[in-house]
Write a new protein. Structure first.
Lengths: 298, 447, 370
């Protein structure tokens, strides 16, 4: 039982990281209809910027975290302005590929500035753990869950109660009608990308914190967040969070139990488990759990 | 009009074929086709008189990688990617040795050595492509890094008859004609490790749960083979083996497996980028067996990271050679001297010393080749087979070279503990030793 | 003034393969280039050329799937890997001769594609793209774990049979002259590309091609007018996977060593993206474009590397100028690749083929090109 709870806890922590990244995807998709493959790049740059602020410029960690989020937001807005603005109206496939191109450029910028070696993020959580009723809870994991929950709460409050948030939702539902109400779509797009960049930075920091090292490989963790996003529905923030948690927990439990009970599935099956879950759910609900069914007209 | 098409195409084909036939008439038309170069170089060799085993020849003729003045050697190393943390200092080691040598004139005082460095990203397919791109410009490869990379390039080396120095310590390299293997093999490191823990430190093999955590490729399998061999000799079985991919970043699954398996001794075979995350995950889960790591698991920065205290308590590293800066060892003294002159910013690093020793070994082979007057591919192979003992002043164990069946690799290892105060984070806790079990290990030579 | 023969006045004229005298001349020139190249190019250039050919073959298949039928697939690398491993097993372990195993792996790829195809019926657009992404990871997992066939994480050598009857395609002996490995393979692989392009072109200019394009443009409407979505979507997947498997088998034969990391996970994703880049740069929805794009995307990294070995590029380290600079050659390659994709999509979304067509149109109506 202890083992199960331990795995569950680790799964929730992992799922929170996925949820943060998936949330970034979903915000952009909901507002602009674009799947941003470069989200992994934002995660990477955000984490490295936090490292830079903290380790190279010696700022206290919380400040470094906030600054990294701000920088991520700025990066997102700039990308939107420079690249995506020109691609309005182009086919989905083309925009997808532009974000992929952007991913490459971001990755190489990060490695050229900070190198390939593993770096220490310098977070104050390290590898400490707290003992709660027989379980070893990593401090880094607790903070991850906490920060993610705070971010999501802020998120939902923003969308529900602020004027800008409502404006974003309106644009997502019907761009023209929102424009008729005086909401500038361009601003909304830039805002969506900015929010996504900030959330990605936070996700990157939680990924690189604790025992994990900061290395260029974390941009690929964003790939693992895809199933989370799809699972929950591409345009549903609540779905992104739920999807992230589901994928994280499934992955953790699989990692713990599969070698004992289903060895025939091979080693490291837990890394593909998210995709299996995603495919299974998509077969039943092709638009994800909370996604809106697309209405197609001839 | 439709009918014209097939006829037109056949006509076109016919015309082109006849063009080809005409061109094929005289083979001299093949310009810069590098397949010819190797033929051309073997003819001068025949002309300059017999070079049967060890005879002193004259000035070496021009050959691939040798233009009469400078010798070019290739380097296939990961400059980027997960293994860059090993590849870059290792290549620096190569470079520093040759710079120091060139300052004194080069090989035999006459021929400076230049390096052609290509980035393999620790990927076999990239390495193969880089090999094909560079092979005609170099006399041999001073460094090919990575067990999977060497595996991929080996059949090509045999086909092209080019010698390469593997920066990897697999025992499979020992009987290979075209590999200039150096140092005590991984398998023996593992055997010595087990011997150290049980026979020297006095732990009871019957009472210890021995596990391994290995990278899922030939590099990991080498260590695994060593541990299993030691198990046969000393009397234990490997209870659990956890595997992971070189690019994995999350090891909680594997740590869980080892933890719930009750492992007390874990032999680790990984790259430095993974070691940090693996140990970190273990520390976080309060899993503290005795870790013993294969030599490439280590990188100096780990001793300055948050997991350093855990490492000090629970981690030992198998390697060979003296501590960095221990000038009682001749080779180390020479290396420090050269390092301070040509790479003053170099931090203490076991990979740098390996690269330096590797370059030094190659220099000995090249000297022998110049002595025999032949720097062609065949000449270098001959030189390798007749160079006698390759020594690096203690940086690596002395290697008795000769034809592959007669090679005697060193079998020594040394155990290091982690100490943030020591250079490179490593402090020797044993002498260079060869265990009985290691002596019993047999290399598989082809008939 | 447009010349009379450029106006299509009959259906037969419209679907002609070679639609003008210039085109025929072009084909002859290409054939001549194909025959002469191995006699004048260096080993390295021929090796690059063979790799470009393999890219082209896979790209033709992907273009059929994505360019003509509109199904986005990120899983192309998986089928290539399947082809490579199948070649290792069938040609290497089983020892089947070339003329048996090469078609066999193509059929295997086709069958596998037909199995994956039905997903396309259920999922659309972004969802389909990401499910095919999942294929890559599943594929890598299978390649890593099915050790008896694939050799596991260590990869394996590919020692496939290379003989068709008396000919060995890795060392041809024609008209009394011996050709080495690079030359022989160059001829062989480009021959297959020619055949593949011909097949694709035939598919595209006739009824199936029109059906595929209808599916791409408006699949609901297509279904309404009687185009069977199931048949063409699944069929498109099947055919493109067949091409991919063929390309993979040739790749295995060329490189003689394959490992799971190349075809799955991160590098596999990169490979799939390279193929998509090829068809974008070359021109989506054209067969010729696949080949053009393959030249650029396939050869560019090698050219940059060989240039950097001769020259000192100012901000790059690891090149002829030594270690000063802040990005490695590899990073430069990746960054240029990304910029190439972005550039083409922003400024010429229809790719090189569109540029080529514009050039042709310009000269055709010269001197009235305005």
């Amino acid at each position: 039982m202890t083992e199960f709870l331990q795995l569950l806890f680790q799964g929730i922590a992992l799922g929170s990281q996925y949820a943060l990244i998936a949330l970034g995807f979903v915000v952009i998709y909901k507002a602009t209809g674009v799947i941003n493959f470069a989200q992994g790049g934002f995660v990477l740059v955000g984490a490295y910027l936090a490292y830079n602020f903290n380790q190279t410029w010696d700022l206290p960690f919380p400040l470094a975290l906030l600054l990294a989020m701000a920088a991520g937001a700025l990066l997102g807005a700039i990308v939107e302005r420079l690249l995506l603005r020109r691609m309005v109206g182009e086919p989905v496939f083309a925009v997808l590929m532009i974000t992929i191109g952007l991913l490459f450029v971001l990755e190489q910028s990060a490695t050229s500035m900070w190198g390939f070696d593993n770096l220490n993020l310098g977070d104050p959580w390290g590898i400490e753990t707290v003992e709660v009723a027989d379980l070893n809870l990593a401090v880094a994991d607790l903070w991850t869950i906490g920060l993610a929950a705070a971010a999501m709460a802020a998120f939902f409050a923003f969308f529900r109660y602020t004027a800008t948030g409502v404006a974003m939702r309106a644009t997502a539902v019907d761009q023209e009608a929102a424009a008729a109400q005086g909401i500038a779509p361009g601003r909304i797009f830039a805002l969506a990308w900015a929010v996504s960049g900030a959330v990605a930075a936070l996700g990157g920091i939680t990924l690189a914190a604790g025992p994990a090292q900061l290395a260029p490989g974390i941009s690929f963790v964003a790939l693992a967040a895809f199933p989370a996003m799809i699972l929950g529905g591409l345009d549903s923030p609540a779905g992104a969070v739920l999807g992230g948690i589901i994928i994280g927990v499934t992955q953790s439990l699989t990692a713990g139990y599969q070698p004992d009970y289903a060895e025939w599935l091979g080693t490291n099956f837990h890394t593909v488990m998210p995709y299996v879950v995603m495919i299974l759910i998509l077969l039943v609900r092709p638009y994800g759990i909370f996604g809106t069914r697309e209405v197609r007209r001839i | 009009m439709k009918r014209a098409n097939p006829k037109l195409r056949i006509l076109a084909l016919f015309l082109s074929l006849s063009l080809v036939a005409a061109a094929c008439g005289d083979d001299d038309d093949e310009p810069e086709a590098s397949t010819d170069t190797s033929e051309e170089t073997s003819t001068p060799e025949d002309d300059s008189g017999g070079e049967e085993g060890g005879e002193e020849g004259g000035e070496p003729e021009e050959a691939p990688g040798f233009d009469g003045e400078t010798i070019r050697l290739g380097v296939l190393t990961p400059q980027t990617g997960v293994a860059a943390v090993i590849g870059n200092p290792l290549t620096e080691g190569n470079r520093v040795f040759f710079e120091a040598l060139n300052a004194e004139g080069g090989i035999a005082g006459k021929y400076p050595v230049e390096l052609d460095v290509a980035d393999t990203q620790y990927q076999p397919q990239t390495a193969v492509q880089q090999y094909n791109a560079t092979k005609n410009n170099v006399a041999g490869y001073v460094q090919v890094l990575g067990t999977p990379v060497v595996n991929a390039v080996l059949p090509l080396l045999s086909e092209d008859e080019i010698v390469a120095g593997p920066a990897s310590l697999d025992s499979f390299w020992v009987p290979e004609q075209y590999l200039l293997a150096l140092g005590g093999p991984y398998q023996l490191q593992a055997v010595n490790a087990m011997d150290y823990w049980f026979n020297q430190e006095g732990n009871d093999p019957a009472d210890t749960t021995v596990c391994t955590m290995i990278q899922d490729d030939p590099y990991g399998e080498a260590g695994q083979a060593g541990v299993e061999f030691a198990g046969e000799q000393i009397g234990f079985e490997v209870a659990e083996t956890a595997r992971f991919a070189a690019t994995d970043t999350d090891f909680s699954g594997q740590i869980n497996t080892l933890n719930s398996g009750g492992c007390e001794l874990v032999f680790l075979v990984s790259l430095p980028s993974a070691t940090g995350a693996i140990i970190g995950a273990a520390a976080q889960q309060q899993f503290a067996p005795q870790w013993i790591g294969q030599s490439p698991t280590w990188v100096g920065v780990l001793a300055q990271s948050p997991i350093a205290p855990y490492l000090e308590e629970n981690f030992l590293l198998m390697s060979e050679g003296p501590e960095w800066g221990d000038t009682s060892s001749e080779g180390m003294a020479q290396m420090i001297e050269d390092q301070q002159e040509y790479a003053p910013d170099q931090q203490p690093d076991i990979y740098f010393s390996f690269g330096y020793a590797q370059a030094w070994s190659w220099a000995q082979v090249l000297e022998r080749a110049v002595e025999m007057g032949d720097l062609s591919r065949e000449g270098i192979v001959e030189a390798m087979n007749s160079v006698g003992t390759i020594t690096t002043g203690g940086l690596l164990g002395d290697y008795e070279y000769g034809p592959p069946e007669e090679r005697v690799p060193p079998r020594e290892s040394r155990v290091f503990a982690i100490d943030p105060e020591s250079p490179g984070g490593l402090r020797a806790v044993s002498e260079e030793f060869v265990s009985e079990a290691a002596e019993a290990f047999e290399f598989e030579f082809e008939g | 003034m447009a010349r009379a023969r450029d106006l299509h006045v009959s259906y037969a004229q419209h679907v002609r393969l070679v639609s003008s005298r210039w085109m025929a001349v072009g084909f002859i020139a290409l054939a001549a280039a194909w025959l002469l190249a191995p006699l004048v190019l260096s080993e390295f250039q021929l090796d690059v050329g063979s790799r470009v050919a393999i890219f082209a073959l896979g790209a033709i298949g992907l273009n059929l799937l994505t360019g003509y039928t509109g199904q986005v697939s990120l899983g192309h690398a998986f089928f290539i890997g399947t082809g490579a491993y199948a070649a290792a097993w069938a040609g290497g372990d089983q020892g089947w001769p070339l003329w048996i195993w090469l078609p066999a792996i193509t059929l295997l790829g086709t069958a596998l594609g037909a199995v994956i195809g039905p997903f396309a019926l259920r999922l659309r657009g972004n969802y389909l793209a990401i499910v095919t992404l999942g294929l890559l990871f599943l594929g890598e997992h299978v390649f890593n774990n099915w050790e008896s066939v694939t050799g596991g994480g260590a990869g394996r050598a590919v020692e496939a049979e290379t003989t068709i009857g008396p000919l060995d395609v890795t060392s041809l002996e024609l008209f009394g002259a011996e050709f080495d490995r690079e030359q022989s393979l160059f001829w062989f692989i480009w021959l297959l590309v020619g055949i593949g392009a011909l097949v694709a072109k035939n598919l595209v200019r006739t009824r199936p091609g029109r059906a595929m394009q209808a599916v791409r443009d408006r699949d609901l409407a297509a279904e309404v007018i009687g185009v069977s979505l199931a048949r063409y979507k699944v069929g498109a997947f099947a055919i493109s996977s067949g091409y991919a498997a063929l390309a993979g088998g040739l790749f295995g034969m060329l490189q003689r060593y394959i490992s799971p990391t190349e075809f799955g996970g991160q590098l596999g994703l990169f490979l799939s993206i390279q193929y998509i880049a090829i068809i974008i740069v070359g021109g989506i929805g054209t067969v010729f474009g696949s080949i053009l794009g393959a030249f650029i995307v396939g050869a560019m990294p090698r050219i940059i590397e060989s240039v950097s070995q001769e020259q000192d590029i100012p901000f790059v380290f690891g090149d002829a100028g030594g270690q000063d600079g802040f990005i490695s050659v590899f990073s430069l390659n990746q960054a240029l690749f990304g910029i190439l994709i972005i550039g083409f999509l922003l400024f010429e979304p229809r790719g090189l083929a569109a540029i080529w067509l514009r050039l042709k149109a310009y000269f055709r109506s010269w001197p009235f090109s305005y």
